[in-house]
Write a protein of this length. Sequence first.
Length: 298
Amino acid sequence: MNNVKNVFSIKDLENLTGIKAHTIRIWEKRYNVLEPMRTETNIRLYDIINLQKLLNITLLHNHGYKISKISKLSEERIPVLVNEIISNKSAKHHAISAFKMAMMNFDQSLFFTTYNKLLSEKTFREVFFDVFIPLIEEVGYLWQTNTISIAHEHFISNLIKQKILINTEKIQTQENTYADQVFVLYLPDNEIHELGLMYLNYEIQLKGYKTIYLGATVPIESIKDVKRYFDNITFICYMTVEPNPVSVNDYVNKIKKEILIDNSVFWAIGRMTENIDYKHITDNIKLFTSINDLTSVL
């Protein structure tokens, strides 16, 4: 079972804030900006309050405040200053910090408040690219380094999914401008990282195309069924961890032999595409390095 983390090592703080552990120790020793707990062996441990304070201090420091000045501010003044310096330029960094705090505290209200403030200044597309993508990447790193638990990662991911679904629903009632073109979006067998695919579905529908969204862990046999109902299909497969580097070329060859036997097209995106040998690429197969890269050809 995964235990929810509410006590952090100095390495966790480094991962969460981007401030080196050595610098945190100096700030703590010289300026008393944090109040760690100590184990019997004198190892520093920090609670959520210390984490939140350091995130705020980091934002102030990144905007030109010297740590010597920050250390003299009252506990109440620091968050006030943070709010005062938030602008379009700094909103991205503040929002990511706020979303991380929402994640650490399982605080839906903070997530929604931060999101709604961003949406009052940006389009949903800008929020996704400027804030959600960097946040997702950072959350992945925090999980890999054991700074956060699966519970934290699932909590924040599902809230982001919720926002993608809400925005997708808003455009689903619009008339389909390009009825002759159908995009079928899916994740391959054993692939569960769905956020990127969900957002692609939103972008493609926003441009007026018809999409068939199949979702996670779809075997090749299942996508064959769609071909009985539609012509001129573009299949979009998002490969984050599957098919693995050893099997990805076999997967592409199987797609060619079993799916691309008519005028269908296959587009692949995600980290695993880096392992596809270009000798397997034909005119009806395209590889994309990013969501922006793919949506730019629509």
